[in-house]
Design a protein around this ligand. Sequence first.
Ligand code: ADP
Ligand code: MG
Length: 579
Amino acid sequence: MKIQILSDEMASRIAAGEVVERPASVVKELVENSLDAGATEIFVSIEKSGTSLVQVSDNGDGMAAEDLILAVERHATSKLKVEEDLFRIATLGFRGEALPSIGSVSKMQIVSRPLNAPTGQKLSIDGGRKDELRPTAASMGTTIDIKDIFYNTPARRKFLKSPATELSHICDVVNRMALAHHEVHFRLQHDGRTVADYVSVNDAKDRLYQVFGREIANGLAALLWRQGELEVHGFLSVAPASFPNARYLYTFVNRRYVRDKVLTHAVIQGYETLLMKGQYPAVVLFLEIPFDEVDVNVHPAKYEVRFRRQSEIHEAVSRAIRHALKQEAREPSARNTVISPLPLSGVREAALPYGEFHGTAHSESQPIRPAVFAPPPSVTAGQDGFYSSMRVLGQILGCYLVCVSPRGLALIDQHAAHERVAFERLRRQMNAGHVEKQSLLMPQSVDLSAGEMMLLEERLEVLERFGFSLEPFGPGAYAITAAPALLPEGDYSQVVRQMVADLAEVDNSGKLRAHLEDRLATIACHSVIRANRILEMDEMRALLRALDDIDFATQCPHGRPVLVEISREELERMFKRVV
Ligand code: ADP
Ligand code: MG
């Protein structure tokens, strides 16, 4: 016989894989249970990014002895009674899977005491094996300790990412729950230090300040839209605030955090043309719909949902967003400031390192004179002296240099060239491991979430290598005290924030490097002179020399060509000298 029925222990370990992926999933499940138990205080304490300990304690309903014994059995739940309940789920949990699953891959201890019980009860489970129930002193509520997660499933342990990444996942989980339950006091401690402490607040907006910090929270306007039984409320960033990823886009359905394509799409569509392609807004969106309109039983972790009336929901959310944005445009609410859009808008003109570019502008461009001599053959772009060996004829349309190249006629896009030069110089410094820094006269503060604070603290040296110096600046903030000297002066807080987001998302150091370089490419591109500028002859020559001095001079950092050549053959074809 080949077929065997798996032991209960094996079966729960397999099932555990779906619910418990990493320490953050444990935090999610336990905090959800605390919320379902009506807790108003939920304290999470972790050690070693959750790998050695996750402890969640709450002041909720607690469990009586007989319930506690059952709670750790599979498919044991107090939240579903009859089958119909499955189609009107109002609690965060209902599958009765979390506790047994977690208990099968860790050393778990539950201490619980319901109201009116004379003492608490303690239950320990080690790798799925239950110990006896013991009375113990306890205050009202429940405290669950999860030690050494995955100690008996080494394969899973191997899939864990760096401590900083695991930690940031945990912070994300706590932040999401905290956003949806501003009336609950959340505290997160890591290795004995308080990372987040969000006291209970009356106004959901105040929770935004606790979670996101002033800088982002200030830029968010309120949103409210009702349509039949459906309500959309929350907060949204008003243009031009936008971010390079969906990191600040939170969607909740009946206070459950979900990642749903329909909702995300509806939000983005609501912004219409206010967002550039690839940019995301900051949105905290709550959708409240009748419980029987949504199926949350799609996946064990319940991050996905299915709507009964998907297109109506999409339409309503888009409308809600559009409506709020229009209203905001008409009568801006009491937001103090709007977050600045991209790294360096509204910054003074780039102080490029080669001062020649700052000569006074001519009122007229140089006239184009015909080429009179044949250029040296066999020199191509990328070779030494290619650009400086060209003869500059002049500048046209305020943005192209017209030159004689070895092959014929060369046109150079001066923006693309400037961008490339600024970026390559910066990159050269990055490669040499020494980005020249410039101290800022006025340190700039960056408000960071708890998770971002942790990440930054652990990996300060990465930003240091990219030319940014930061120092702790009170709770929930860092101050930027120096920035790469090659960058123009400006507001660096956005770019630093983006780089911190990269630290959280990218674990692999090669990829991280590529990401951060990309950020700097963007700044380099944004930092060069945008407006069309008439260049003097010696400025143009200086630009050509600068191009020779760098690698990859044929494209701007975003891939636009710097140089377009028209060869003798092409010219001859144009003039029909040859066919
Ligand atoms: P589910 O949440 O899907 O019901 P769980 O395995 O997460 O399943 O929890 C099982 C049961 O244990 C819950 O239904 C609840 O009755 C009880 N429980 C778990 N955690 C707590 C808590 N912190 N406070 C009170 N009861 C709890
Ligand atoms: Mg649960």
